[in-house]
Design a protein around this ligand. Structure first.
Ligand code: COA
Length: 532
């Protein structure tokens, strides 16, 4: 065993200060999560209950195996937009009849469960997670369809919702729709494209056009039940495979459908694992609120991996990036963690080599971000930092083992890319409340803009207004700072959620378990040309 030693002083002033700051950010996060949990607010919740309906999270709870966890994804979707936090849909991974499934459930208390641009993004992200990890998809449907005022943003891209369902089915991934209420117009294709469909007596409404539209189109008089009720679809059209007498019965039947899928994971559960040697509570006090102050990511690794056991690879070379082998909840992982912020040529080459090794051995990779990017300056340019950074980005891009990314500190510039940022398709990406991500730090960005403006004025022979410059710098700094914060980025679906640092091991364990539903196979070749 190569158990990591810890230099952390949990009673020390630094630790206490970092912890206090983190707890403050967590309290703020809690408030935002509460908005998503509150759905459409008291009035709409009450109306929903008076109609004898279950709330979206109650439906999910009844669907899942008792006392099993639900890994909710993108709960802050829509944060900072004109739409409610959570985007009128709940998505996540949970266990149904012993099978890890992706659940996508409309929240009908939020604007009738209608889909706005953030709802669409969140639902499509959930589909992607189901596809790449081969998780059966269960849709709990009750929605007013497209959010009509924002139809221009969603009508055309929204077609992907239905395309995804049939593509999942084509690749052998089961899709199940349980319809609790409205599922009309385009929404009718959710049950229409799903492998298995359950409808609820006198509740489901599945039709291409409701009675008013039919009247307008053809003059025909009709009613909801004869056009799209559960009984009609179960007995006459055949769109419903199962007829449920009420909501709990529908959820019970959904559990039976999953039980009969004969769904087998590609890799068995590795069984019990040794917990870390150090207390997860201490994760609150590691990252300084001033991200310019370096911290040792091994302190984080020691608190999330099995037995705090970490075999470091090339520990003496490229020391600003820690790489090494560990296990997390019994699953082998390779870890890449920024140790000093900047990525130099050595770090980049070490990362490229390490990623190739993980691919040869079929080992998933965990990226712990705290980087200000690749090193700039004459010596580094002459030393080939572009080629070396490109090697790392090439390795990350063409690696085929699953990647997990956690933004714990800074994640700036191309460093965000090399460390498997969102565009590099990590299977899951989470942020700690301490994280910040942007093209560069706010001060640097404001400074660069100021230098450019000064040069431009000089070139035109104009005087430079120093006062205006200072005001502009302050404004730009503030704007970039707010745009680099986790709530803002999570609102735009640039991560799968902002997590409490103490939950990191559990969250990653759930992800690793889910992703082992699909075969884990590294690339044996197939990298781009490595510039030497
Ligand atoms: N777009 C935007 N807002 C919508 C909406 C939609 N598609 N569907 C509902 N809403 C809004 C309503 O305007 C209402 O807002 P308000 O409370 O501020 O007045 C709120 O959501 C709740 O709707 P309400 O009709 O009171 O809820 P309900 O539970 O009684 O009925 C529906 C829900 C979905 C059956 C009903 O709202 C409906 O038929 N909506 C339109 C459906 C449609 O034609 N969609 C287009 C399909 S592509």
């Amino acid at each position: 065993m190569t158990v990591l030693a810890s230099a952390l002083d949990p009673g020390g002033a630094d630790h206490t200060a970092h912890r206090e700051a983190m707890l403050g950010k967590l309290a703020e996060l809690e408030e935002e999560h509460a908005k998503a949990l509150a759905g459409g607010g008291e009035k709409y919740l009450q109306r929903h209950r008076e109609r004898g309906k279950l709330l979206v999270r109650e439906r999910i709870e009844l669907l899942l195996d008792p006392d099993t966890p639900f890994l909710e994804l993108s709960p802050l979707a829509g944060w900072g937009s004109d739409y409610p936090v959570g985007a009128s849909i709940v998505t996540g991974i949970g266990v149904i009849s012993g099978v890890e499934c992706l659940i996508s459930a409309n929240d009908p208390t939020v604007r009738g469960g209608a889909s706005n641009p953030w709802t669409l993004k969140k639902a499509l992200r959930a589909h992607e997670i189901a596809r790449v990890n081969r998780l059966p998809l269960v849709s709990l449907v009750e929605s007013g369809g497209a959010d009509l005022p924002s139809q221009k943003e969603i009508f055309i891209p929204g077609g992907a919702m239905f395309r995804d369902l049939t593509r999942l089915s084509a690749s052998g991934i089961p899709t199940i729709a349980v319809v609790f209420g409205n599922s009309t117009a385009g929404g009718a294709y959710i049950p229409g494209m799903s492998d298995h469909v359950i409808m609820v007596k006198e509740r489901s409404k599945v039709f291409l056009g409701g009675p008013p539209l039919v009247k307008m189109a053809t003059g025909e008089e009709s009613d909801d039940e004869s056009l799209g009720g559960a009984e009609m679809h179960a007995r006459t059209s055949g769109l419903a495979d199962y007829f449920a007498t009420d909501e709990p019965d529908a959820l019970r039947q959904a559990r039976r459908v999953v039980a009969r899928l004969n769904w087998r994971k590609a890799h068995p559960d590795p069984g019990p694992a040794e917990p870390p040697k150090y207390d997860a509570e201490e994760l609150l006090g590691i990252v300084p609120s001033d991200l310019k102050i370096p911290f040792d990511p091994r302190e984080v690794i020691a608190r999330i991996v099995d037995g705090s056991d970490f075999d470091e690879f090339k520990p003496l070379y490229g020391r600003s990036l820690a790489t090494g082998w560990a296990a997390l909840h019994g699953y082998p992982i390779g870890v890449l963690a920024n140790a000093q912020g900047v990525l130099f040529s050595e770090e980049s080459q070490k990362a490229a080599q390490f990623i190739q090794l993980a691919n040869q051995r079929d080992i998933p990779l965990l990226f712990l971000h705290n980087t200000t990017g690749y090193m700039v300056g004459r010596d580094y340019e002459q030393g080939g930092i572009i080629k070396h950074g490109a090697m790392m980005i090439n390795a990350v891009s063409n690696s085929r083992v699953p990647h997990l990314s956690v933004l714990i500190g800074a994640s700036y510039g191309a460093g965000h890319y090399g460390m498997c940022g969102r565009a590099y398709d990590p299977r899951f990406l989470f942020a700690w409340p301490s994280a910040k991500s942007a093209v560069m730090g706010p001060q640097q960005l404001a400074g660069v803009m100021s230098i450019v403006a000064r040069q431009s004025a000089a070139a035109k022979g104009q005087p430079y207004d120093e006062e205006a410059d200072a005001a502009l710098r302050a404004m730009v700094e503030q704007q970039i700072e707010s745009e680099s914060l986790p709530l803002f980025l999570s609102g735009r679906l640039y991560d799968d959620g902002v997590i409490d640092p103490r939950d990191t091991r559990t969250v990653l364990g759930l992800c690793l378990s889910a992703l082992h539903t699909a075969p884990v196979e590294g690339a044996r070749g197939g990298f781009g040309v490595f510039r030497m």
